[in-house]
Write a protein that binds this ligand. Structure first.
Ligand code: GBH
Length: 607
């Protein structure tokens, strides 16, 4: 795969567009660090976040003369269009598609014995109000990237503009993806047909606000009205994530996105628009998806966005600070608007197992928690502040939260929403933790926790996923301990697993739909994972819901379409993007019937 020049597509356009020179000048201004040196008054006027909405935008366009179309032309280039570009009505799912696959395990004798390895365990059941569903994210499934007024996000740029590096493999983009933007009615009908209770999707910020601020796009609001109403029509509760990584690129080039605390007010204004529009039609709210991940994306390689002079190692933590404040303020805004659905943010991580029983490995495990989950969960669930290990590291460049901010942060989540896919072993680096903490060029600095998927006996923690997901193994034995750890450490009133899933190795290389649909390793994963959840519930851990990733095969970010996480297969070679249930969807759905709070099957019943 050759590297792309960021201007390849634009120069093609310049031959057919006489305004190219002007546009190029404008975009250089937009990308230029000089922008920040404009006189304050002009800068504030051009970018003010005010209730005056479009008039502030008018000021912005007057100075920079950039339209949404310009952002596309100059930062992204041409995009592909789907075969279908109008909303498709749902048709009933044919009964032939609803026949469940043969059972995965056959009980060898009637059970009822209290053993987690048994096929049916009479001590397990889901609480009556337990909820389960499936999840997606806007850029990964929607397509229709330029349609109905959407502005570009950083992911449109990352997928279209190879800079010094190619950010995505195979030049895959989300231009068309699953075309969920037009096929959502059928998608919702299909999940409802298997009894799915919750559909968790994200809203594209740059659809609602093409520049990320000021201008509001009514067409996008109307679109999500219909997505939400369709869910309700099918008796599926909508769960909305406000931000799943698709930052409006305008804000990235304006002030570095999450690197600047300017984003806090912009995010909160976006949240206000969404909260006010959809209010209590939405059952569950998540402000941010996995800030550990999107903050660790910083620093971006050169060539995609306006350069920043902020030192690379500081960037993730500046992002984290803005993300926490944005979340907390949006949380309190939601409460002031009387939203009834729980509001939270989705953190992520895996269970961390000490490789040996040495005290150094125990310390490495603690540091790994601190620099991952603890970074965001401690401020929200413990004390309004970072873990002390992380604070020790960031103290030279990160300001302290004020006491007012600490009280905003503390308690700003109604449930602990964790994207918890897998587990890993952790251990102290060879030279010891202290030698690492004082050496900023150490490969494990600053967490100073080394990690492995291979345990002390030399065997892997579990079956490995597709090589495109090297971080993922079937490590479901650890699910009960993981949930108990969350409960004991952050003491949330309730825990939801808001993403979990598995990429079957080489599934993308299979060509027969029937082979792809018989996804045995994913079935094993979901069954074993849910048995872990049931074990934790039986032990008193308040797990209230699970959301499986994902509703359909989709764009796996930098891995493109080369890694598949769907509970439904999507044929990406077919312009109609047909969906087919994989066996794992039936497996996942069946668990809730078997262990329903009331009327679960008698002991020994064959599934
Ligand atoms: C989820 O994150 C995302 O929310 C979702 O969008 C995505 O499709 C899904 O995972 C499947 O990947 O490559 O070794 O640096 C799950 C948590 C955290 C897992 C970042 C992958 C990168 C590890 N992810 N991690 S590595």
């Amino acid at each position: 795969m050759g590297r792309k020049s960021r201007y390849d597509d634009v120069s093609v356009e310049s031959t057919s567009d006489g305004s190219w020179i002007v546009k190029r000048f404008i975009i250089l201004a937009l990308l230029s660090p000089c922008l920040a040196q404009l006189p304050n008054t002009t800068f504030a006027n051009a970018t003010a976040t005010t209730a005056s909405g479009t008039s502030a935008l008018a000021a912005a366009t007057a100075i920079m003369d950039v339209s949404v179309e310009d952002l596309w032309d100059l930062l992204v280039g041409p995009v592909s269009l789907a075969a279908t570009t109008t909303t498709v009505e749902a048709t009933p799912v044919p009964s032939s598609e609803l026949i469940p696959p043969p059972p995965l395990y056959y009980p060898s004798f009637p059970s009822g014995y209290e053993n987690p390895a048994m096929t049916k365990n009479s001590s397990w059941s889901f609480p009556a109000d337990f909820w389960w569903g499936v999840a997606s994210a806007a850029y990964q499934v929607e397509g229709a990237v330029k349609d109905e007024g959407r502005g570009p996000s950083i992911w449109d740029v990352l997928t279209h503009r190879g800079g010094a590096v190619d950010y995505t493999i195979a030049n895959d983009t989300g231009d068309i993806g699953d075309n969920h933007y037009y096929l959502y009615k059928q998608d919702i009908a299909r999940i409802a047909a298997l009894g799915t209770q919750v559909y968790s999707f994200s809203i594209s910020w740059s659809r609602i606000m093409p520049f990320g601020r000021d201008l509001i796009n009514e067409q996008a609001l109307a679109h999500y009205d219909d997505v939400i109403n369709t869910c309700i029509q099918y008796n599926v509760t909508p769960a909305v994530t406000l931000y799943h990584w698709d930052l409006p690129v305008y804000l990235m080039n304006l002030y570095g996105g999450w690197l600047s605390e300017s984003i806090v007010d912009d995010f909160v204004e976006y949240a206000r628009v969404v909260f006010s529009r959809y209010g209590n039609q939405v059952g569950y709210w998540f402000t941010l998806n996995e800030p550990i991940v999107f903050c660790s994306e910083y620093p971006y390689p050169d060539g995609f966005f306006k350069k920043t002079s902020i030192p690379a190692h500081q960037q993730p933590y500046l992002c984290g600070q803005s993300a926490l404040l944005a979340h907390a303020k949006a949380y309190h805004l939601g409460k002031s608007l009387n939203l009834t659905g729980p509001i939270s943010f989705k953190t992520n991580g895996g269970y961390k197992i000490p490789l040996t029983d040495s005290s150094a490995d125990a310390l490495a495990v603690q540091r790994a928690w601190d620099f991952n989950e603890g970074w965001f969960a401690n401020p929200v669930f413990i004390n309004g502040d970072y873990p002390s290990t992380l604070k020790a590291y960031t103290s030279t460049f990160l300001r302290n939260f004020t006491s007012e901010e600490q009280s905003l942060l503390k308690g700003s989540a109604d449930l602990f929403a964790h994207d918890a896919y897998t587990s890993q072993f952790f251990f102290a680096p060879d030279a010891g933790i202290d030698a690492c903490i004082t050496n900023s060029s150490h490969p494990h600095y600053p967490s100073c926790a080394n990690t492995s998927y291979t345990g002390p006996t030399g065997w892997n923690i579990g079956y490995a996923a597709d090589p495109g997901s090297p971080w993922l193994h079937i490590a479901t034995d650890w699910v009960p301990a993981f949930l108990r750890y969350i409960h004991d450490t952050w003491k949330p009133s309730s825990i939801a697993i808001t993403e979990f899933g598995f990429s079957v190795p080489f599934e993308q290389m299979k060509t027969l739909s029937a082979d792809i649909q018989s996804d045995l390793p994913r079935r094993v994963y979901y069954r074993a994972y849910m048995e872990g959840v049931l074990t934790a519930i039986a032990e008193g851990v308040p797990v209230v819901g699970t959301l499986a990733w994902s509703i359909v095969d989709n764009l796996e970010w930098s891995e493109g379409f080369g890694v598949r996480f769907g509970l439904q297969y999507v044929n990406f070679s077919d312009p109609a993007r047909p969906r087919r249930y994989k066996a794992s969807f039936f497996e996942y759905a069946s668990i809730f019937k078997e262990y329903a709070a009331t009327g679960h099957a008698a002991n020994g019943t064959m599934r």
